[in-house]
Design a protein around this ligand. Structure first.
Ligand code: F6R
Length: 597
């Protein structure tokens, strides 16, 4: 996720902007840059660290400027793709956080009108649009330019010869920091906290005009009153946006990153979308498609099998990348898909190389642009989770699922009505997750209960079997409670021997063809005196009769139950670990990226 900052006031802008960029470093980034308004606009930017850029930039005279830390999404991390981006005349400089869904179309139109582009980014269309509409009124030009843009953004615009910065947001956060004869604007609070703790939060669709003298906020073309908030957090608290841990922050970011991820896939006409990769065409014959991954990404792959087989009818083979390397026969389907958040997991990279050598067309689903996985693969689909700082994967898993849903659903050409229903359901997922995240009392209560035990089973069937595996993995890695994820039907084939009053069982129910069997499994577990926490859809009145505690999740089309259930289980693991006083963001013995086999 990119970070953006802006300053206008009586002091030299350069050191203030660099200090703000240092304060945003915790988010992770691959390149950075600043622009200062002097006589014209001077831009310095490059791949690499803020500290390196700071050392190379000479003193720039100017009291207004903007800055950026980039997490690459369109175009590799290099000097040209780094922000700020300018128009042809070099008069307007823009920093952008977000994704512009229709940038290809806009870029084509602008090129036809004579604009010259130099980067591969989606963001570069914005300064060109401003240049196109500018008639001596910067605020008007930005407002008109943004009408052409589909997607999400937080932007700051700096223009030569103008005393104002113009900033706007839709879908991505933006705040204004209020100073004395100076004002600040940034994507997050830590960027301004060294200079001011007086902050105004812009709302979606707002456009802010920021000058030395003051600020104005425009909504739907009219100036609106704004409310100043005092931030009492330390810089460290602010980096976690006030959440106690990065993991909790990242769990809460899921509705937004899912929306960001969908922007690239779904059209604005509500019921359709375009697959960047047509699985039915790529696969071509009936050999199984192979999914390769480790850990949490492997659980996403297992969910992917259900989705792809159900929607497309293509047979899918799922392999642990850490094991497939010992099979004599490498994956030999037409297509292999590697799923890896970091793009650097050694086992996954090795499996990818073997699949490619065996003649598979290789697709990577990864969160990190220019990672090793993206360089090995023939095709890459990027998840738009932004940097994940908590060691336990949460939001990166959710968007891996969203990519797998999108790949399957948008390759589906058979029944237009079913397609429209599924696309609609995908669009509604973020809102349903917001509802789940806004009421966590039930989950906290169950977590308080689990925290007293040393062994927990998670059971599920069908698409929720991998979610049982993921729920158990989350719990063990951050709370250090022994946990096992099980296919519910397998318990009686051995693990029943362990069940008793000291082994709670978390049972995941969905009202699909697994429902009755799951209810029977719960009864069997109860008969062994094991306490049961059931995860069930809102309005499920049966389950309360059998389970000791029930966590209710919003009802969704059954194909999507994996997403709402996993978010509930992430929260369950989080609050259990918190209750036990564990170091949640940095669990013992674990690393964010596993680069050894
Ligand atoms: C668990 C977790 C790990 C990773 C695994 C693969 O929370 O994060 O299980 O999922 O190490 O990592 P990537 O997806 O980077 O290949």
């Amino acid at each position: 996720m990119c970070g953006i900052v802006g300053y206008v006031g009586y002091r030299q802008a350069q050191p203030i902007l660099f200090n703000s960029l240092f304060r945003l470093e915790y988010r992770g980034y691959d390149s950075c840059g600043i622009a200062i308004a002097d006589n014209g606009i001077t831009v310095y930017k490059d791949a690499g660290k803020v500290g390196n850029l700071e050392k190379r930039v000479p003193h720039l005279e100017g009291t207004a400027g903007i800055g950026h830390t980039r997490w690459a999404t369109h175009g590799e991390p290099n000097q040209i793709n780094a922000h700020p981006h300018c128009d042809c005349s070099g008069r307007f400089a823009v920093v952008h956080n977000g994704i512009i869904g229709n940038y290809r179309l806009l870029k084509k139109q602008l090129i036809a009108e004579g604009h010259r582009f130099i980067s591969e980014t989606d963001s570069e269309v914005i300064p060109h649009l401003i240049e196109k509409y500018y008639r001596g009124d910067l605020e008007g030009a930005v407002a008109t330019a943004l009408k052409d843009v589909e997607g999400c953004y937080a932007i700051i615009v700096l223009a030569a010869g103008e005393s104002d910065l113009v900033a706007a947001r839709k879908g991505n956060p933006l705040i204004i920091g209020i100073g004395d004869r100076e004002n600040f604007v940034a994507s997050d609070v830590p960027a301004v906290l060294d200079d001011t703790n007086r902050v105004v939060y812009l709302e979606d669709g707002d456009l802010g005009v920021i000058s030395t003298a003051g600020i104005r906020i425009m909504r739907d073309g009219r100036e609106v009153a704004w409310e100043e908030k005092k931030i009492l957090w330390s810089v460290e608290d602010a980096q976690r946006a006030g959440y106690e841990h990065f993991m909790l922050k990242e769990i809460h970011e899921q509705p937004r990153v899912i929306r960001d991820t969908l922007i690239g896939w779904l059209s604005s006409d509500e019921s359709s979308g375009e697959s960047l990769v047509d699985l039915t065409k790529m696969q071509g014959d009936i050999r199984p498609l192979t999914l390769l991954a480790c850990g949490t990404s492997y659980h996403a792959a297992l969910v992917g099998r259900y989705i792809i087989e159900k929607v497309l009818g293509i047979p899918v083979r799922v392999e642990l990348a850490s094991e497939v390397n010992y099979y004599d026969r490498p994956p030999d389907g037409a297509v292999a898909i590697a799923i890896t958040q970091s793009g650097e997991t050694a086992d996954t990279l090795r499996a990818m190389k073997r699949a490619k050598a065996a003649g598979c067309l290789l697709l990577a689903i990864t969160n990190v642009m220019d990672s090793s996985a993206s360089r090995i693969a023939d095709e890459v689909v990027y998840t738009r989770a932004g940097p994940e700082i908590g060691v336990a994967a949460t939001k990166s898993f959710a968007v891996q699922l969203i990519i797998l849903y999108s790949l399957a659903i948008l390759s589906y050409k058979v029944d237009a009505r079913r397609l429209a229903d599924l696309v609609m359901e995908l669009r509604q997922l973020p809102e349903k997750l917001e509802r789940l995240l806004s009421d966590k009392d039930g989950i906290k209560e169950c977590a308080g209960y689990l925290a007293g035990y040393e062994s927990v089973f998670f059971i599920g069937r069908g698409i929720n079997y991998p979610i049982a595996l993921e729920g158990a993995l989350k719990l063990k890695e951050i709370s250090y409670i022994h946990a096992e994820g099980y296919a519910a039907g397998e318990l009686k084939h051995g693990s029943f021997a362990l069940l008793g009053e000291n082994t709670p069982v978390v049972a995941i129910l969905a009202r699909d063809n697994t429902y009755q069997a799951m209810l029977s499994n719960i009864k069997e577990v109860k008969a062994r005196k094991a306490p049961v926490i059931a995860l069930a859809e809102e309005g499920d009145d049966n389950v309360g009769e059998f389970a000791d505690m029930v966590i209710s999740v919003p009802a969704v089309d059954l194909l999507f139950s994996a997403v709402v259930n996993v978010v509930a289980l992430q929260l369950l693991a989080y609050y259990t670990a918190r209750e036990r006083g564990c170091p949640i963001d940095t669990p013992r013995n674990l690393a964010k990226s596993v680069t050894v086999e």
